[in-house]
Design a binder for this molecule. Structure first.
Ligand code: HEM
Length: 153
C-alpha cells in the first residue's frame, strides 16, 4: 500500500483538477492574492498548475514533457515579489481547498501534500524576489509519503 503514489491515492488527475479549481476560486475572492492573477485565474493556468502538481505527486511527467518543465515554472514566478503574508495565505487556501474538493482527508496524505506546499511556496517566495539567485535548471520534484506512509497494522 505504501508504494501507491500520492497521485493515485488522491484519485488521479481528476482529483487534482478539482482541488485547483476550488483553490483558484478561493484565490479570486482573496484580496491579497487575486491581484497577482489580475483578478481572474484562467482555465489555462488552472490546467497547467494541475499538470505540474500531478507530475510532482507521481503522475505522468506531462509538465516536463509538454509544458516547459521546471524552467517555465521558474520563469513564471520571476519578479513577482511574493511576500511572506501572501505565501501564508496561499498555503492556507490550499489546505482549505483540499477540504472543499473533498480530497482524501487521512493524516498521512494531507501531511504529505501540505509538506510539499510548505516547501514549494517558500522556494517560490525566494525565487520571486528581484535579483534572486535561483537554480537555473532542476528536475521537477517527485514527492512521496515521507516518514508517515499509510499504516498497515
Ligand atoms: C508549491 C508552490 C507553488 C507551485 C508548485 C507553483 C506552481 C506554478 C506553476 C507550475 C506555474 C506556471 C503555470 C503555467 O505553466 O502556466 C505558476 C505560475 C504562477 N504562480 Fe505559482 N506556484 C507555487 C507558489 C506560488 C505562490 C506562493 C504564489 C503567490 C502567492 C504563486 C503565484 C503564481 C502566479 C501569479 C503565477 C502566474 C504568473 C504568470 O502567468 O505570469 N505561486 N505557479
Amino acid at each position: 500500500m505504501s508504494e501507491k503514489t500520492l497521485y493515485a491515492w488522491a484519485g488521479g488527475r481528476e482529483a487534482f483538477a478539482r482541488w485547483f479549481d476550488a483553490f483558484y476560486d478561493l484565490v479570486e475572492q482573496d484580496e491579497l492574492l487575486a491581484p497577482m492573477f489580475g483578478g481572474t485565474v484562467t482555465t489555462e493556468h488552472r490546467r497547467n498548475v494541475t499538470t505540474w502538481w500531478s507530475e510532482v505527486m507521481g503522475g505522468p511527467a506531462d509538465y516536463t514533457e509538454h509544458e516547459g518543465g521546471y524552467e517555465r515554472m521558474l520563469a513564471k514566478h520571476r519578479d513577482l515579489g511574493i511576500t511572506s503574508e501572501q505565501r501564508l495565505r496561499f498555503v492556507t487556501l490550499l489546505s482549505h481547498a483540499a477540504d472543499v474538493a473533498e480530497l482524501p482527508d487521512d493524516p498521512e496524505f494531507r501531511a504529505a501534500i501540505m509538506g510539499y506546499a510548505e516547501w514549494g511556496t517558500r522556494l517560490a517566495v525566494h525565487n520571486s524576489q528581484r535579483d534572486a539567485e535561483t537554480a537555473a535548471h532542476a528536475p521537477v520534484p517527485r514527492w512521496g509519503w515521507g516518514v508517515a506512509p499509510p499504516y498497515e497494522g
